[in-house]
Structure formats: C-alpha cells, structure tokens
Design a protein around this ligand. Structure first.
Ligand code: PLP
Length: 386
C-alpha cells in the first residue's frame, strides 16, 4: 500500500471539494450557453450566473451588483489597485500599502511608482503588524487608495481591517483588503470589515482554480484594466466562467454549513506548535500569536536550510512550503520575513505549515516527529551552529 501523503500546504492551494467538482461538471456539460446570448440556452446560463453571483454576494454580506468575477486572486488585487489609480481624476495620486502584502500588491505598487504614482510602503513590527497610528500619519490629501491584507499568507498575521478602513474613510480614502487567505479560516464580511474593495480566490477555499472575486462597494469608482465587451458591467470583460462561478458559490456554501471546521483545523496547528516548541531547541515561531490565522504555523529552524528541510519532508510524504508558493523555486528570501526583521539564520530555515480539510488530528504528531528527526539529521550535517 502506498504511503499516505500528508498535505500541510493549504495556504498554497486546496483540493477542489468533490461536491464543488460535481456541480461544476454538471454546469459545464449541461449549461454551456453564453450568458450574453439572447436565445434560451444563453438565458439559461445567465440565470445560473445570476443565481451563483447572488449566493457568493450573500456569503460575504454584499449585494450581487457589487461582485466582479475575475480569473485569479492576483487579478482581483491588480484590478483593485489599477482600477482605482486609473480613474480619470487620479493621475499621479498616492497609494498606501504594507511591506508584507502578497506580490500581487507589492509588484503592482512597484509598477505604479515607476509610472508616476506616489507610493508609501508601511513597515511592520516583528510580529508582522502595522501600527494604526503610522497608517493614519501616512495618509495624504492625495491618497487615492490604501490596501492592507486581511491575513498574511506566510505567517498568518491578521490586520485590524475595520479600524484601518475607518481611519481611511475619515480622510476620504478608498480602502482595499486582500482577503485571499482569510476566506474559510476567519469570518469575511464586507460590512463588518467596512471595506470598499475586497479580493478573494476560490482555489484557496476548496473551490476551483481560475476564479477570483473582487467585491466593489456600490458607488466606488473603478476603471477597467481589461478592454472588451460589457460583461461584469464593463469592468471585467470576457465570457464568464459559469462552471467556476457555480463551483465558487458551492465552496462558500460548504464553508457556511460547517462553522466548526476552523476550530478543528486550529487544534491541529496548535498541537504542532506545542510539540515543536517543547521538543526542539533553536526555533522561532513567526507571526502574531494573538491575531493569527488558526491554520498557519510559520517557523524558522536555526542551523537548517529551509529548502533542504522541505525536500526531506517531501521525501517522507509531507508537503509543506518554504514561504509563499510563488516564492518556491525562486530561492529568494521571503520579503515578508525580511520586513519583520527575522534574523538570517531563521530566515534561511523557514517553513510554513498550513493545515486544512486534508488533515486528520494524528497529522500534527506525525509532522512534528518527522520534522524533529529531519532537523536533527540536517543539523548534524550542517556547519552552521544552532
Ligand atoms: C494573500 C494572497 N493574495 C493573493 C494571492 C494570489 O492569488 P492567486 O494565486 O489566485 O492569483 C495569494 C496566493 O497565494 C495570496 O496568498
């Protein structure tokens, strides 16, 4: 019998839930019309699209007209940034964001800076937190948009979004949050969060790959970054991905129907944390223990190369990440850990464990035992002191 794979990389992506795949398959083969077509098959697709959009909206406290369907979380982030900066009266305006954002935001901010916009990147403390007073001080009369992620993908730190959005609104500034890592792990409600724009990606919460969502509060001015037909009220042209949207609505329904899941997953992450903390010296946990995604455990192992440890774990059928998935293979130190001031030895030996539906409670002990054995083996071979 082949060894069971322990998948502990749910922040990179998740398996499409079989219930999601089933409704997607049905939609793909049965409802194949183009929602823009006037005939009955087109209108059948339109009806399904409208129903799914309404369901998606309801799960995050939005109106159906406030949901723009995109292709990825990155696209949603790009649309939030460039759609705000490209508004007719926004030339040369100011963008405020944070050093630990996903590259979909930081690289967009770099691009904006190279093309005449003023950009401020707020620093974080050692737990990955920003100071709301720093945030308030960094807003300018010319600030068009502030973008702060709800939860960090590498270390799990959760930002006080409602508080920051309130500060931004008092100064007449639009507020965007990247909630790609938050959905399914902590509550995501656009009214509680008080945001104008919010990004999601279905593949992070057991939905299909290739579906992103951008919530845009009614009345928010947003220019299109793709030019074409009138789909998504002209703000994101292109024939709609009906199976993907149906699957996304189903993925959200499954989350809403199982409010205990976050606690189940959180208990496993806590167990791993406890075991590593009590059985291994020379390690550092990253992030904010008081405000952290329940499933995420970011750890630095002193005296070990993170890539070597991840490979060693993979050989033992344990799948983890050395940072965000997008960084894997690039062999660059994580910009998130660097921004948090993590020391070189823990930066080099960093691993992210992210639990989810693939896991059972015994996984925490199995992962801990294997990690401890592999770290001890690698340390013996390493010239670097713990
Ligand atoms: C916080 C965050 N934002 C955006 C993205 C990009 O999402 P996608 O890969 O769907 O483009 C990711 C993916 O890891 C993420 O973690």
């Amino acid at each position: 019998m082949s060894q069971r794979i322990i998948y502990c990389d749910h922040n990179s992506t998740t398996r499409t839930d079989p219930r999601v795949a089933e409704v997607m398959h049905q939609a793909a083969v049965e409802i194949f019309g183009n929602p823009s077509s006037g005939h009955r098959l087109g209108q059948q697709a339109r009806a399904l699209l409208d129903k799914s959009r309404s369901q998606i909206a309801a799960y995050i406290g939005a109106k159906p007209s406030e949901i723009i369907l995109t292709g990825t979380g990155s696209e949603s982030d790009n649309l939030a940034i460039f759609g705000s900066l490209n508004a007719p009266d926004a030339a040369g305006c100011h963008l405020l964001t944070v050093a630990t954002e996903h590259h979909a935001i930081t690289h967009s901010a770099d691009w904006a800076q190279r093309h005449g916009f003023e950009v401020t990147i707020l620093p974080v403390d050692s737990r990955g937190r920003i100071d709301p007073d720093d945030f308030a001080r960094a807003l300018k009369p010319t600030t068009r948009l502030a973008s702060v992620m709800l939860a960090n993908n590498e270390v799990g730190t959760i930002h006080p979004i409602a508080q920051l959005a309130t500060i931004a609104h008092e100064r007449g500034v639009l507020f965007h949050t990247d909630a790609v890592q938050a959905m399914g792990k902590i509550p995501v409600d656009v009214n509680d969060l008080k945001v104008d724009l919010l990004s999601l990606a279905a593949h992070k919460f057991y939905g299909p790959k290739g579906v992103g969502i951008l919530y845009v509060r009614s009345g928010t001015r947003l220019a299109s970054i793709i030019h074409g037909g009138g789909q998504e009220t002209g703000r994101r042209p292109g024939t709609e991905n009906i199976p993907g949207v149906v699957g996304t609505a189903e993925a959200m329904r499954i989350i809403a129907d199982d409010p205990q899941e976050a606690a189940r997953v959180g208990a496993m992450a806590k167990d791993l944390r406890y075991r590593l903390a009590h059985q291994l010296d020379g390690i550092e946990f990253f992030g904010d223990p008081e405000n952290c995604l329940p499933n995420t455990v970011g750890v630095g192992f002193g005296g070990v190369d993170g890539e070597s440890l991840a490979i060693a774990l993979d050989l033992k059928c344990i799948c983890v990440s050395t940072g965000s998935a997008c960084m894997t293979g690039a062999a660059k130190p994580s910009h998130v850990l660097q921004a948090m001031g993590v020391s070189e030895r823990f930066l080099r030996g960093s691993i992210r464990f992210s639990f989810g539906r693939e896991n059972v409670p015994a996984d925490a002990a199995a992962i801990a035992d294997t990690v401890i054995a592999e770290v001890q083996r690698l340390r013996k071979m390493s010239p670097v002191k713990v």
